[in-house]
Design a protein around this ligand. Sequence first.
Ligand code: AGP
Length: 606
Amino acid sequence: MCGIVGYVGNRNTVDVLVEGLKRLEYRGYDSAGICFFTEGGMAVKKEVGKLIQLEKKLAEEKVGGGTGAGIGHTRWATHGEPSVRNAHPHLDCSGRFSVVHNGIIENHAVLKRQLEEEGHRFVSDTDTEVIVHLVEKYFEGDLGEAVRRASLELEGSFALEVMSARVPDEIVAVRRGSPLVIGAGRGEQFIASDVPALISHTREVFWLEEGELAIVRPEGVRVLDSISGDPVRKAFQHVAWDAQQVEKGPFPHFMLKEIYEQPGVIMEMARREVLFQGAPPERRFAGADAVSQIYLVACGTSWHAALAGKRMIEKMTRLRVEVDIASEFRYREPILDSKTITIGISQSGETADTLAALQLAAEKQSAVWAICNVAGSSLTRMAETVFYTQAGPEIGVASTKAFTSQLVALYQLACHLAEVRGTLPVSAQERKDQLSALAKQVQEILQKDEEIRALASEYCQKRDFLFMGRGIHHAIALEGALKLKEISYIHAEGYPAGEMKHGPIALIDREMPVVFLVPQDAVYEKVLGNIEEVRARGGRIIALAEVGDERVATKAHHVIYLPKNNTFLISVLMTIPLQLLAYHIALQKGCDVDQPRNLAKSVTVE
Ligand code: AGP
C-alpha cells in the first residue's frame, strides 16, 4: 500500500526521497511523487507508474534538488484512478502547503463540500486533498498547530506529512491508524511508513503512537498529543535489522532471497528459543479464569498459518481453537470473553483487518496475543504477549519466510502451551533439536531448485492448477495455490483432497495439473486413493512425498521427494517446493515476481 518518506537536513533532498521510496516499492503502488525545495521555491514532481518513470522525469527536467525539508509518496489508488492529478503530494490553493497521506479520510466528502463553500478549489479526486486545504485554512504562522487543528477534523485512518514553503526546514507528521517511524541522524531526521526506507541512514528510531503528532526539524523532533497538544516524551530504539537485509544481494529477486533465507531463520528460531515478550503466557492458564478457547485471526498467507496452527495447538493442548479470516471475524459476533485468547497472526503487524479484529476482541475482554515479524508494529503494541517470528525484513510481496517462520512459531507455541497444561510435553531441548534438524532439511530441499525449475517450464503455460492436501496439509495446499496465483496470475485453488469428489473433480482433464501433498501420515492411503481418482480422469499429477515412498511414484507423473519429519514440521518442508514452483513459473511467464500487479505488501486499509 502507499508508502511515505520524509527528510529534513543538509543532504540533497531529492536523492534521499527517491532512495527511500525505492525501499518502499515492495509495498505495491501505482504512482509516485515528491515535494522539495529548489532555488525557485517549493516544487512538486509526480508520475504515474513505477518510480523509474518519476526518475526519468526528474532527469529530463534536470531537477537538481536542494536541501531542507522534503516529502515523498508512492500511491496505491483508493479514491480516484492512478494519474498524475491524483498522485501525492497534493497542494493547497496557494501552493504553499504540501501533503502526503496513507489511509482513508472517511468524511472527505463532507469536508470537501464545506471547504468549497469557503472558496477552496480542488484539483484531484482523492480524499487526501481535503487535508492540505484544512491546513491552509488553519495556518496562522505555526505549521504544527495548523496540522493539529486540521487533524482533529479528520475521520478515518491516516499517517500524513505536511511541509510548507513558509517553514523550509520543518515537516509535521501525524499518525492515526497507519504507521509512521521517525529515524534520527546527526543534524538530520528521517520519516517513513516502514523501517526499510530509512535503515541505510539510521537504526535509531521511534514509532509514532496513535494520535501523536511530530514536528520534525534537522536538530530534533518534538512530539505532541494531537488532541490535547500536550508534549509526549519518546525514546529512540535501536533496530536490529541492518541495511544489508533489505538488499537483494546476489539474488535476482527478493522472493528468491527470502526463500533461501529460510534455513537460517529456522535455525535462529531454534537457537534463540525466545518464545514471547510481554506478559508470560502461563498466567492465562491458572485460576478460575483459565483460558478455555483460542481464536487465531489473520489474513492471506498468515491465515493459512493459522489453519495449520489450529491443528498443532488442538492436537497438543486439547484446547478448542477457532480460525477466522480477520475481515469476517468482526462481523459475525464471535463469542468472546475473559476465558478466550485471540491471537492475531501477521507478518507486517499493520494489516488493518487484523488490527480491527483484535481491537474488537480486546473490547470483549478477550486476552490479545500476537505472532508477528515486525517489532514495534501496531499489532505488537496492542498485544499483551507477543511471539516474534524473527524472519527479518520480508520485502517480496509474496510471503515466504514469514509463512514458514509463523509455522515454526505456532509449533513452539503449541509445545509450550502443552507443557503448561501438561498435555503432551515436548521439552525445550527436544524442540530445539527438532528445529535445528528442520533447518538442515529445508537446506536440503533448496538443492532441488533446478529440478523444480525444470518442472516449472513444463507447466508454466497451464491456465489452472489444483493443490490437494489433507489435515494440516490442506493449509499448505491453500498456501501453494495462493503463491502461484498471486505472482504468476495462473488460476489456482487449494482443496482438502477428500473434498475433490464433491465438486472439483469435474475440472480434471489432461490440461489440469494437480499438486498432491502426500506425507505418510494417518490419511496416506486415502490420499493415494484421491490421486487414483485424478489419474483415472487424465489429470497431470505432481506429488510431494517422503523420501523412499515408492508407491506414490507408480501413480504420479512427477514426484518431489522430501526428508521425513513429524506430522507438523513436515508441513514446513512441503511449503518450500511450492514456493519455488510458483517462483519459477512466474519468472518463466515474465511476471514481476517481487511486485505482482494489484497487490500491496502491507494492506493498511480495511
Ligand atoms: C502473502 O503472500 C500475501 N501477499 C498476503 O496474503 C498477506 O499474507 C496478507 O496480506 C497478510 O499480511 P500480514 O501477514 O502482514 O498481516
